[in-house]
Ligand binder design. Structure first.
Ligand code: ADP
Ligand code: MG
Length: 272
């Protein structure tokens, strides 16, 4: 638990410094500015705040966030623990409403949608990937993906989804028979099988070592390149920002940086 006003602990300080260190390939830009982009916006967040109230205590997790995500864009969302990354992702994915502000998916105002419309929005348009894979242990990799393809409107086959993230050779294995990185790739296959326009990934490499983490980043980069899936990749590893088209840094519930990355590196070049 971080108390407002308390000095950050040494590990938190290290994380904050890592976040502030910016690679030379990042170019400062102002977003949202429609004139700067020739691509259509998939998401637009305007003045988004989120206050969590627990008894008498109010936590201001987001303090007025403006953000735009364009078609086919790979955005890394970076920030220290507690900076509001998960809160923002949950609001974009309509898992949680903002306290104030607007969130648009294309030209639809999600903050005015009914619960039913939001459920349909999540089902049809958004893929989620979380730190801990959330696979069903009693089902094989293929069956885990099939759970989604059976209810989607225009899905790819489980085999194709698994092949796109290079895990089709383990299709008939159960989660317990797979490494963390392999399980995460099955989770990504499950998320992309319905061909979502947006993939929201919350610390997808957070529980992985460098080798398996790189494989997961490669899978995400591959999907982004092949299918043009707009991707938000949350991380607190500052080096991962170098694989992005754009980097957005949150600190204390605010966007403190929003920059284009001019030289994207391959996931295999990321240092852990
Ligand atoms: P991050 O993902 O960057 O680590 P979060 O979005 O999870 O940050 O959290 C931002 C702030 O909101 C933190 O101070 C956290 O403790 C607080 N917070 C997050 N979720 C809740 C919740 N459900 N109830 C109360 N406070 C929360
Ligand atoms: Mg988080």
């Amino acid at each position: 638990m971080m108390w407002a006003g308390a000095p950050p602990s040494p590990p938190q300080l290290r994380q904050i410094k890592e976040t502030i260190r910016r690679p030379a390939t990042l170019r400062r830009m102002t977003h949202p500015d429609p004139a700067q982009s020739d691509r259509a916006a998939v998401f637009r967040a305007e003045g988004v705040t989120r206050v969590y109230r627990t008894g008498a205590v109010a936590v201001h997790a987001l303090r007025g966030v403006d953000l735009r995500l364009d078609e086919a864009e790979m955005v890394v969302l970076l920030g220290a623990s507690g900076s509001g990354k998960s809160t923002l992702m949950n609001i974009l994915g309509a898992l949680d409403p903002p306290t104030e502000g607007r969130v648009f998916f294309r030209d639809r105002d999600l903050t005015r949608a009914s619960d039913r419309q939001l459920t349909a929005f999540r089902r049809d348009h958004v893929g989620f990937v979380f730190q801990f894979y959330n696979l069903v242990p009693s089902l094989t990799a293929r069956e885990n993906v099939a759970l989604v393809t059976e209810i989607a409107r225009d899905p790819m086959t489980p085999e194709e989804a698994l092949a796109r993230v290079n895990i089709d050779h383990r299709m008939d294995h159960f989660p317990a028979e797979l490494s963390g990185g392999e399980q995460q790739r099955v989770a990504i296959a499950r998320a992309i099988a319905k061909r979502p326009e947006v993939l929201l990934c919350d610390e997808p490499t957070g529980a992985l070592d460098s080798t398996t983490g790189v494989q997961v980043l490669e899978a995400l980069a591959q999907v982004n390149a092949d299918l043009g899936t707009a991707t938000v990749l949350i991380t607190h590893n500052a080096d991962i920002q170098r694989i992005a088209d754009r980097v957005v840094v949150l600190a204390d519930g605010r966007v403190v940086r929003d920059e284009v990355n001019t030289e994207r590196i391959a996931p295999s070049e990321v240092s852990w």
